[in-house]
Design a protein around this ligand. Structure first.
Ligand SMILES: Cc1ncc(COP(=O)(O)O)c(C=O)c1O
Length: 400
């Protein structure tokens, strides 16, 4: 019997990953994944970019690169992020292998076994796994429609015996809850954490995918406010705005944290894929990123609105949800103490898959929610698949 580490015992298989095997069955309608639509990738542009590379650029693309990223991409990405108001001048940027790696690196930088971290409930499963892998204790703060419950955050801060090492949160089009944090909640978080030596990890992979321009001002990131007295570690990604297959993300952090993170990244994978970095750099420099994001934003809005419309038409009145205003997800609330897994089993029998709420519960218990994604299914499929979910809910709760 292999003698595995204690560390590995803390890792739980994600229900999302387990379900992926079902989601790939040819006739299964999948509302499970959090990935871009396959048919939306800018394949022609990517072909043209690759074919236009010089021999020298292709050599760079095939070679190891600097741990913190290729200088060309660091430069073009800095301009892209600076235009969004991020403080590039007094922070350092690292290119990472997906933003999930950025979260892992930050977890390794801050956490010893037994340390605690503040997380939202529900929360992005990838981040929870990263913190669990460091044997951290997860202190949960419930999420409301406008962000973290501030009273609960204050209570947690006052009642925990040892000071949490950091707070992790996702500001815009939350995965799974779909919500946008209000400016008031972000300001209150800053006020509570100021001068507490509790850094914030701000995980922002969806904010480019807003449906309504008018939402942009209130989606302001804490990192762009660059508040005094708090280290804000900002993480982002090309995954939702170009393609997760590139495996490229980034972190923007203060100098002292940068130096530790560079060492950790060096020990993990030496550098992120150079080929991806060369392509992403050209994608930004040649100006494709803006037109492409505008195009996919429109398509996700169509899908999101079709999802809302179909849910409103066919869900039983005892199932509620916040209408998404961007991103990839709708988060359905079943009556309390209902079991979303029973609905999932029924839905799978009928050819539809989604993700159950407990996947995103840091305690792995609460299961009265369902995450239904609209990103990787076209409008027609949404109209066809959502009534099947509604029927599965009725089958479970009305015929029980
Ligand atoms: C909130 C959030 N953060 C981070 C990631 C990780 O993305 P990647 O590692 O592909 O950049 C995801 C992916 O689904 C996500 O939903």
């Amino acid at each position: 019997m292999p003698r595995f580490s204690k560390n590995i015992a803390n890792l739980r298989s994600s229900e999302i990953r387990d379900l992926m095997s079902l989601a790939t069955a040819p006739d299964m309608i999948s509302f499970a994944g959090g990935m871009p639509g396959n048919e939306l990738f800018p394949l022609d542009t990517l072909d043209k970019i690759y074919n236009s590379l010089t021999e020298r650029e292709k050599q760079i693309a095939m070679q190891y690169g600097p741990t913190t990223g290729l200088p060309t991409l660091l430069e073009s990405l800095s301009d892209y992020l600076e235009a969004k108001g991020l403080p590039l001048k007094n922070n350092r940027l690292i290119i990472t292998t997906g933003s999930l790696q950025a979260i892992h690196i930050l977890a390794k930088a801050f956490l010893d076994p037994g340390d605690s971290v503040l997380v939202e409930t529900p929360s992005f499963i990838g981040a929870l796994s990263a913190f669990r892998a460091c044997e951290a204790e997860l202190i949960t703060v419930p999420l409301n429609g406008d962000g973290m419950d501030i009273n609960q955050l204050q209570k947690r801060l006052e009642s925990t015996a040892t000071k949490p090492k950091f707070l992790y949160y996702a500001p815009n089009f939350h995965n799974p809850a779909g919500i946008i944090y209000s400016p008031e909640v972000k300001q209150q978080m800053v006020a509570l954490l100021k001068d507490q030596e509790i850094p914030i990890i701000e995980d922002d992979v969806y904010s480019d995918l807003y449906f309504y321009e008018e939402d942009v001002p209130r989606m302001q990131l804490i990192k762009t406010m660059d508040p005094e007295g708090i280290d804000v570690c900002f993480t982002g990604s090309f995954s939702k705005i170009l393609g997760p297959g590139l495996r490229l993300g980034w972190m923007l952090v203060p100098e002292s944290i940068y130096r530790k993170c560079e060492l950790i990244k060096q020990s993990l994978d030496a550098c992120s894929p150079s080929l991806s970095q060369v392509i992403a750099d050209k994608f930004i420099r040649e100006g494709h990123i803006h037109s492409y994001v505008t195009q996919v934003r429109k398509e996700y809005k169509k899908r999101g609105l079709a999802m809302i419309e179909t849910l409103e038409a066919c869900l039983p009145e005892y199932v509620t949800f916040e209408k998404p205003r961007g991103g990839f997800y709708t988060w359905l609330q079943l009556p309390e103490e209902c079991d979303a897994t029973a609905v999932l089993k029924k839905a799978i029998e009928k050819g539809v898959v989604f993700v159950t709420g407990k996947t995103f519960d840091p305690d792995g218990i609460r299961n009265d929610h369902m995450r239904v994604s609209f990103c990787n299914t076209n409008v027609e499929t949404i109209r066809c698949g959502v009534p099947i979910i509604a029927q599965a809910i009725r089958d479970i709760f009305e015929k029980a």
